[in-house]
Design a protein around this ligand. Structure first.
Ligand SMILES: [Zn+2]
Length: 277
């Protein structure tokens, strides 16, 4: 397996961090988790692209996690030599979201169908909405890889899920935006790598903007993420989607804050950071 943090930014535009997106490659197959700003550029840098993606798995429908979904749909369509519907998994609401995306693209779809004689099919998504109840939903289980989802807690945004990929005796958790919760603990139990969107509470609390204070309640802080990692006995905590993006030179402070709670390996991800495992 290979893990690549394609985009490690948050909604706040950053010159060096694309929006949230993570790639997991299993036996040559590429699974894309979320589709944030610039995802196709980061996939290109990872020597893959929209045509090859095996499946897109959305953690939730917040704009920063899906803003370039439409780019993925369009470029998969126009770059594929034959019909190539995009498999998509996500929480309930994902099918309607995909339908609305295709509706938004209807002008462009019309232009390209009229222009290219050899393009005579429309873009399509095949959507599977995963369980967000007390039961965990299996997204894929084909003997080589197993991917399952569990509900997370990003309230008031609902529903949201995290994913666990298991293959070749290893496991990776893509948690998405969530505070610590039972579903997250189930996903993380004994995982080799746990990828968590993280905020640094002290920095956010110091900015007197009510809209920023609102985000404190629905993201894992550094110590929250570290506590989840410690409780679950994971091997490596990967912090991503940092809010705010660490100022150059402050990375060690983020790591130290996590080390106070979790004694395993800690990674503060940058775009295109990768781990073969
Ligand atoms: Zn979110």
């Amino acid at each position: 397996m290979k893990l690549v943090t394609l985009g490690t930014g948050s909604p706040l535009p950053d010159p060096n961090r694309a929006g949230p997106a993570t790639l997991v490659r299993v036996a040559g197959r590429d699974f894309l988790f979320d589709c944030g700003r610039g995802v196709l550029m980061r996939l290109a840098a990872s020597w893959t692209g929209p045509v090859q993606i095996e499946q897109v798995l959305l953690t939730h429908l917040h704009s920063d996690h899906v803003t370039d979904f439409n780019d993925l749909v369009t470029m998969r369509w126009v770059m594929s030599p034959v019909e190539n519907p995009l498999p998509v998994s996500g929480p309930p609401g994902t099918a309607a979201f995909a339908d609305r995306t295709l509706a938004m693209l209807s002008d462009d779809i019309g232009y390209r169908l009229a222009h290219h004689d050899d393009l005579n099919w429309r873009p399509a998504c095949s959507v599977t909405e995963v369980s967000t109840g007390v039961d965990d939903g299996v997204v894929l289980d084909d003997g080589v890889a197993r991917i399952w989802a569990a509900p997370t807690d990003h309230a008031p945004v609902q529903p949201t899920v995290g994913y666990r990929v298991e293959a070749e005796g290893r496991s990776i958790v893509i948690a998405g935006d969530t505070v610590p919760c039972e579903g997250l603990d189930r996903l993380c139990r004994g995982a080799d790598v746990y990828v968590q969107t993280t905020l640094r509470r002290s920095l956010i609390e110091a900015i007197p903007a009510p809209r920023l204070q609102d985000i404190l309640g629905y993201h894992s802080s550094i110590s929250d993420a570290a506590a989840t990692a410690a409780r679950a006995g994971v091997g490596t905590l990967v912090m991503t989607h940092m809010i705010p993006a660490p100022a150059p030179g402050t990375e060690a402070q983020w790591i130290a804050e996590a080390q106070a709670v979790f004694t395993g390996e800690i990674v503060l991800a940058t775009d295109l950071w990768g781990r073969e495992m």
